[in-house]
Design a protein around this ligand. Structure first.
Ligand SMILES: Cc1cc2nc3c(=O)[nH]c(=O)nc-3n(C[C@H](O)[C@H](O)[C@H](O)COP(=O)(O)OP(=O)(O)OC[C@H]3O[C@@H](n4cnc5c(N)ncnc54)[C@H](O)[C@@H]3O)c2cc1C
Length: 500
C-alpha cells in the first residue's frame, strides 16, 4: 500500500526530500508556514528589482548533480563557476585581492606580503585535500544509529589527521602562512560556517580545498531562487501538493506513534510518516515540548551568526565593484572576538556585498544595480534591541561608499533590511541565528539533533540543524540521509532507537 508522507517546511531540505520520496512512490504533501517556498533560500521582488535574500553562491556542485541522478531528472536549473571566487579589501588599504582559483595568478598578489605564497598554498591545499578525502564520506555522508556507531565510523579516518582536532582554523592556517593578510583571507571561509576562525575547528580547513581545488563556488543563472522554482516544477509533475500559510504548533500522539500535527487554526494534519524541515532543535522544543530543547537549554548551545541583511536597488551602475566582495576592517582579531557577542563590533562592521545584477541583468532595471549586503551580527541573545537598525545600515552604506569611491546614498531607490528579528520570525530560527546550530565538535555528527525522533518512530528530520549541517550542498546530503531513514522505517528495518 502507498505510504503517505507529510513534510513540515518547504525549505531546500523539505523540497529535496519530498522529491526523493515522491520518486520512490510515496504520496507526499508539504505544509509551509510562509506564503512561498524556499525558506532561507528565498528572493525578494521589489520596486523593479530582484534580490536573493539568503544564499548567494554554493560549493560542492556535485551534490546537486548527484541529487538529479538519484531522482532520475535533469537538474532543473543552470549554474556557472565563479572565478575569481570573490574579492577582499581591508579598511585603509587601497589594494583589492582577487581570489582566483589559478594558484599562480592568486600568488602574484601576495609577492610583497608573503614570500613563497604559491609553494605554501600548494602545501596547505594538499593537506586540506587529504583531510577532505579521508573524512568527508565517513563524517558527513552517513547516518549514525548511536554515539557508539559514530565513534566506530570515525576510527576509520586516517589517524594522521588527529592533530587538527586540537587546533582551530586560525592556528592551522598560521602553520603555513605568516602574513596577516594571507591568514585573514584564507580563514574567511570559517565565517561562511557562521562562526569565526578562532572558534571553528581546524578540521574545516578542508573547505579551502573545496574552494580552490576540488570544485569552487557557483552561481545560478537568473538568481539562486531558480533552484527552488526548478524543484517546485519537478514536484508538480509528481503531484506533490503544498499548502502555504500553515504553521504547525502542536501534536497528537499515541505512545510511540505521532498521529497528527496541529496548525495555528487547530486543523489536524495526518500521514503515515512525518519529515520535519523546520529547525530540528527548535521544533523539538516548541512543538514537541521536549525539556532538553527548551528555550533556556537552546540558549546554552552554540549558534551561528545572526545576519543583518540589506537589499538595495541603485539607479546607477557600479563598474568598480565585482560580483562577490568582502570588506574587512583593520582589527581582525579584536573583531572576531567580539562579533557574535558584543554589539560594539558594529562600530566598525565587516560585511559582504553581492551585486546580483552583474551576472543576472534581469534582476535590475536598465542602468541600475541590485545589491545585497550581509553583515554578521550578534544573535538576539546578545543584541535583542534593533531600534538602531537604520543608523547601523547607514554607517555600512557610508563605509561602502568610501571604499568604492562613490557616494551611493542618493542613488538608492529601493531599501529593505532584515535584522535577526526578521530572520527569527520568518523562519522560526532560534534567536535569529542564520545558519542554525554551529559546527562545534560537540554539535556535529551523533552530537547534533538526530534525523530520527527520540520518541516517535514515524518522525524524521531534514535540514541545517540536523545532520550533517548547514549550507545548500550539505542540506542536499541531509535530504538523502532523511530519505534513507524513511525507507528503512517503511521496510520495517528501522534502527533500534538507542539513546545517545
Ligand atoms: C543570510 C544567509 C546567507 C546564506 N548564504 C549561504 C550561501 O551563500 N551558500 C550556502 O550554501 N548557504 C548559505 N546560507 C545557508 C542556507 O540558506 C541554509 O543552510 C539552507 O537554506 C537551510 O535550508 P533548510 O531546508 O534546512 O531550512 P529552511 O530554509 O529554514 O527551511 C525550513 C522551512 O520550514 C518552515 N517552517 C519552520 N517552522 C515551521 C512550522 N512550525 N510549520 C510549518 N513550516 C515551518 C520555514 O518557514 C522554512 O520555509 C545562508 C543563510 C543565510 C540566513
Amino acid at each position: 500500500m502507498t505510504k503517505s508522507v507529510l513534510i513540515v517546511g518547504a525549505g531546500l531540505g523539505g523540497l529535496a526530500t519530498a522529491l526523493r520520496l515522491a520518486k520512490k512512490g510515496y504520496k507526499v504533501e508539504i505544509i509551509e508556514k510562509n506564503s512561498n517556498a524556499g525558506g532561507r533560500l528565498n528572493q525578494l521582488k521589489k520596486d523593479g528589482f530582484t534580490f536573493d535574500t539568503g544564499p548567494s553562491f554554493f560549493s560542492m556542485s556535485y551534490e546537486f548533480t548527484q541529487f538529479a541522478k538519484d531522482c532520475n531528472i535533469t537538474l532543473p536549473f543552470k549554474y556557472f563557476a565563479l572565478d575569481p571566487l570573490y574579492t577582499v579589501n581591508f579598511r585603509g588599504n587601497p589594494k583589492t585581492y582577487f581570489l582566483y582559483k589559478d594558484i599562480h595568478k592568486l600568488s602574484e598578489q601576495f609577492t610583497d606580503v608573503e614570500p613563497d605564497f604559491e609553494k605554501k598554498m600548494i602545501r596547505y591545499l594538499n593537506k586540506s585535500k587529504r583531510l577532505f578525502h579521508d573524512s568527508v564520506d565517513v563524517a558527513i555522508k552517513q547516518n549514525y544509529d548511536s554515539l557508539f556507531d559514530y565513534f566506530i565510523k570515525l576510527t576509520s579516518v586516517n589517524p594522521v589527521h588527529m592533530p587538527v582536532l586540537f587546533r582551530n582554523f586560525w592556528q592551522q592556517v598560521s602553520k603555513y602562512f605568516k602574513s596577516e593578510d594571507a591568514v585573514q583571507i584564507l580563514t574567511l571561509v570559517a565565517f561562511f560556517l557562521g562562526r569565526t576562525p578562532f572558534d571553528t575547528s581546524a578540521v574545516y580547513t578542508l573547505l579551502s580545498y573545496t574552494e580552490f581545488m576540488h570544485d569552487g563556488y557557483f552561481n545560478v543563472e537568473g538568481g539562486m531562487y531558480k533552484i527552488i522554482e526548478g524543484l517546485l516544477s519537478e514536484l508538480e509533475k509528481e503531484m506533490v501538493s503544498i499548502t502555504y500559510n500553515t504553521e504547525i504548533k502542536d501534536f497528537i500522539a499515541d505512545g510511540k506513534n505521532l498521529n497528527a500535527l496541529v496548525d495555528q487554526n487547530n486543523k489536524k494534519w495526518n500521514a503515515d510518516i512525518i519529515v520535519v524541515n523546520s529547525d530540528a532543535a527548535v521544533f523539538r522544543g516548541r512543538v514537541f515540548k521536549r525539556a532538553e530543547f527548551s528555550e533556556k537549554k537552546l540558549d546554552k548551545k552554540s549558534w551561528t551568526m545572526g545576519p543583518l541583511t540589506i537589499y538595495l536597488g541603485l539607479k546607477c551602475k557600479l563598474p568598480m565593484v565585482h560580483h562577490h566582495n568582502y570588506y574587512l576592517g583593520d582589527n581582525f582579531k579584536e573583531y572576531a572576538r567580539k562579533v557574535f557577542k558584543n554589539p560594539d563590533s558594529l562600530q566598525k562592521p565587516y560585511y559582504y556585498v553581492n551585486v546580483l545584477s552583474k551576472h543576472n541583468p534581469d534582476c535590475a532595471p536598465k542602468d541600475s544595480e541590485s545589491l545585497f549586503i550581509v553583515c554578521p551580527v550578534p544573535d538576539l541573545r546578545y543584541k535583542p534591541d534593533w531600534s538602531d537598525r537604520d543608523a547601523i545600515v547607514d554607517s555600512i552604506i557610508e563605509d561602502f561608499s568610501m571604499r568604492i569611491g562613490k557616494d551611493i546614498k542618493s542613488e538608492i531607490v529601493s531599501r529593505t533590511v532584515y535584522t535577526p528579528e526578521e530572520w527569527q520570525n520568518q523562519y522560526n530560527l532560534h534567536r535569529g541565528s542564520g545558519l542554525g546550530l554551529s559546527h562545534d565538535m560537540l554539535q556535529i555528527g551523533a552530537f547534533r539533533p538526530r534525523n530520527y525522533d527520540e520518541v516517535f518512530k514515524n518522525v524524521f528530520y531534514v535540514g541545517a540543524s540536523t545532520i550533517p549541517g548547514t549550507g545548500l550542498p550539505i542540506v542536499m546530503i541531509s535530504s538523502k540521509l532523511a530519505a534513507e531513514r524513511v525507507e528503512k522505517y517503511s521496510s520495517g528495518t528501522s534502527v533500534e532507537k538507542k539513546g545517545i
